[in-house]
Design a protein around this ligand. Structure first.
Ligand SMILES: C[S@@+](CC[C@H](N)C(=O)[O-])C[C@H]1O[C@@H](n2cnc3c(N)ncnc32)[C@H](O)[C@@H]1O
Length: 239
């Protein structure tokens, strides 16, 4: 990965994967979490969901953990208005600290593996604590060519029952799920497409052109098969 080209394209984008504030609201409604709870956003990227979580939980203490320094800086800047109760640190989400009442993880648990990651997070959860994570999900067996190409680099993609089996293998129960399809993906791709157009107009070097082409292709594949490309937001809890 050419990280310089990557961050030229991705710096300060609102989010790094599909999602929406309504996803956070759904999880908070389902869990009933409120008050001075502890929440970790694992793989928080530029902090879009961390900001929503901090906004919706005004007494909570939140920690964003992110591997890439560029995203840590964006998330920290974005959440500065919440003061000390929101911390963003550069680190490995495999070690989220805790105990947390909620570990939120949008589009990042697959880096650890669903079963492996959930197992490792068990000791980071407070009694009764929850994990909410979004994960690529196959909606049908037969999908258009664009959807097949879109997921080519994630061969581990499975359907809802396959995700539930990975959750079960970690010793967790599924409390509920919600599909992330359509607009939450546009929330990611619309700003990305605008940035690609701006950078193309500014005489980009070959490494950046390659990065722009790769990301533009991904956005075009999503557009071509947007009804067939989904994440599942899973709400789970250790048994
Ligand atoms: C698809 S992005 C999603 C970012 C963010 N959750 C969002 O929805 O905007 C996945 C993020 O996970 C981060 N990541 C991957 N592995 C990680 C690890 N082991 N520890 C911390 N962050 C990690 C990546 O750097 C990236 O920012």
């Amino acid at each position: 990965m050419d990280w310089e080209a990557f961050f030229t394209l991705h710096h300060d984008l609102p989010r790094e994967g599909p999602g929406a504030p309504e996803d956070v609201d759904w999880v908070l409604d389902e869990t009933g979490l409120t008050g001075a709870v502890s929440v970790c956003d694992a793989g928080c990227g530029p902090g879009g969901d961390l900001e929503t979580l901090a906004d919706r939980l005004p007494e909570a203490y939140l920690t964003g953990i992110e591997m890439q320094a560029g995203f840590v800086a964006t998330a920290a800047r974005r959440c500065a208005r919440f003061g000390d109760r929101v911390q963003v640190r550069q680190g490995d989400m495999a070690e989220p600290g805790g105990p947390h009442d909620l570990i939120w993880c949008a589009g990042a648990l697959y880096f650890l593996g669903v079963t492996e990651g959930l197992k490792s997070w068990r000791s980071a959860l407070a009694p009764g604590g929850f994990v909410a994570f979004s994960e690529p999900v196959k909606l049908q067996d037969e999908v258009p060519q664009a959807a097949q190409e879109f997921w080519q680099e994630y061969p581990a993609i499975t359907d809802l029952s396959g995700i539930a089996a990975r959750v079960d293998a970690a010793g967790y129960d599924v409390l509920g799920h919600r599909l992330i399809v359509g607009q939450p993906w546009e929330n990611y791709y619309a700003p990305l497409r605008r940035r690609i157009a701006e950078l193309r107009a500014a005489n980009p070097d070959p490494a950046l052109v390659e990065m722009l082409d790769m990301n533009a292709r991904e956005a075009a594949l999503w557009e071509a098969a947007s009804d067939h490309i989904a994440y599942a937001l899973m709400l789970v809890r250790p048994r």
